[in-house]
Design a protein around this ligand. Structure first.
Ligand SMILES: NC(=O)c1ccc[n+]([C@@H]2O[C@H](COP(=O)([O-])OP(=O)(O)OC[C@H]3O[C@@H](n4cnc5c(N)ncnc54)[C@H](OP(=O)(O)O)[C@@H]3O)[C@@H](O)[C@H]2O)c1
Length: 251
C-alpha cells in the first residue's frame, strides 16, 4: 500500500490523553495509522483526537478487571484487526523506602506492569495474525537507579525485562517487541504523581541541569521514536530498549 508508512495499520495506544501518549497518537495518525486512544479522562482523549480523524477516543481504566478484553474488542469491532500495541500509560511515584506501603506498591505495579501484560495477552491473537508489534514505554530509570522512587524504577525495570522475554517468546510468531525509555520529558506526569507545584518546578530544573543536552525533552521528541519502533519497516528489530534522554544515561 502506498502513502505514509503506517497506512492501514491499527494501533491501540494507552495514556493517549496527555503528554507522550497524546504526541504519539498524533504522530501515528500523521503516519497513516488508525489509533484507538485509551485513558480514563474522556475529555482529554477528545482533545487529543480533535482535528485528527485517525484517532478514536476510548475511555477506560486499564486497571479494571475487564478492561484488556474490552479495549481489544473495541479495536477489532471497529477495524477488524490490531497491528500495534503501545503500552504508554504509566505513573510515577516518589516513595522513599521509609514511606513505602503495600497499597502504593500495588497501585503502581497494577498500572505499570500488570496492565501492559494483560493488554498484550488480550491483543496477542490479533498481533499474531498481523505479525504486528508491541512498544512498551519504560524510562531511563528502568535501567539506572532513582533514589526516592525505587518502586517506580523497579516497575520500569520489570517492563524492560518483560520486553526482552516477550521478544524471544513471540519471535516465532513474527511479533516484534521493543521498548522506548524516555528521560525527563515535559508532561503531566509529575503533577499526576501528586507533587505540589513548587516541588514539580524544583524537580524539573534539577533534571534539566543533569541532562547533557541541558534541557528536558518534549513529548514530540519521544513520540517520533515510538512510531519508528512500531514501523513495520523495522523488520529485524526486536527485544531492544531504546533510550531517548538527551544523554542522561551516559552520566
Ligand atoms: N514524562 C517523563 O519525564 C517520563 C520519563 C520516563 C518515562 N515516562 C513514561 O512515559 C509514559 C507516559 O507518561 P507522560 O510523561 O506522558 O505522563 P502523563 O501525561 O501523566 O501520561 C500518563 C497517561 O496515562 C494515563 N493513565 C494513568 N492511569 C491510567 C489508568 N488507570 N487507565 C488508563 N489510563 C491511565 C493518563 O490518563 P488518565 O489520567 O486520563 O487516565 C495519562 O494520559 C509513562 O509510562 C511514564 O512512566 C515519562
Amino acid at each position: 500500500m502506498s502513502g505514509p508508512p503506517l497506512t492501514g495499520k491499527i494501533v491501540i495506544l494507552t495514556g493517549a490523553g496527555s503528554g507522550i501518549g497524546r504526541a504519539a497518537a498524533r504522530a501515528f495518525a500523521a503516519a497513516g495509522a488508525q489509533v484507538l486512544g485509551v485513558g480514563r479522562r474522556a475529555d482529554a482523549l477528545r482533545q487529543t483526537a480533535a482535528g485528527h480523524p485517525g484517532i478514536v477516543a476510548h475511555p477506560a481504566d486499564l486497571t479494571a478487571p475487564d478492561a484488556p478484553r474490552e479495549i481489544v474488542d473495541a479495536a477489532v469491532d471497529r477495524w477488524g484487526r490490531v497491528d500495534v500495541l503501545v503500552n504508554n500509560a504509566g505513573a510515577t511515584a516518589l516513595m522513599p523506602l521509609a514511606d513505602t506501603t503495600a497499597e502504593r506498591i500495588g497501585d503502581l505495579f497494577a498500572l505499570n506492569v500488570t496492565a501492559p501484560s494483560l493488554l498484550a495477552a488480550a491483543a496477542l491473537p490479533h498481533l499474531r495474525h498481523a505479525a504486528g508489534s508491541i512498544v512498551n514505554v519504560s524510562s531511563t530509570y528502568g535501567h539506572r537507579p532513582l533514589p526516592g522512587a525505587a518502586h517506580y524504577a523497579a516497575s520500569k525495570a520489570a517492563l524492560e525485562q518483560l520486553t526482552r522475554c516477550w521478544a524471544l517468546e513471540l519471535a516465532p510468531t513474527g511479533i516484534r517487541v521493543n521498548a522506548l525509555a524516555p528521560g525527563p520529558t515535559d508532561s503531566d506526569a509529575l503533577a499526576a504523581a501528586g507533587l505540589p507545584p513548587e516541588t514539580v518546578n524544583r524537580v524539573k530544573s534539577d533534571e534539566a541541569a543533569r541532562i547533557p543536552l541541558r534541557r528536558r525533552g518534549e513529548p514530540d521528541e519521544v513520540a517520533t521514536w515510538i512510531v519508528r519502533l512500531a514501523d513495520p519497516d523495522t523488520t529485524w528489530l526486536t527485544g531492544q530498549i531504546l533510550t531517548v534522554d538527551g544523554g542522561l544515561e551516559l552520566v
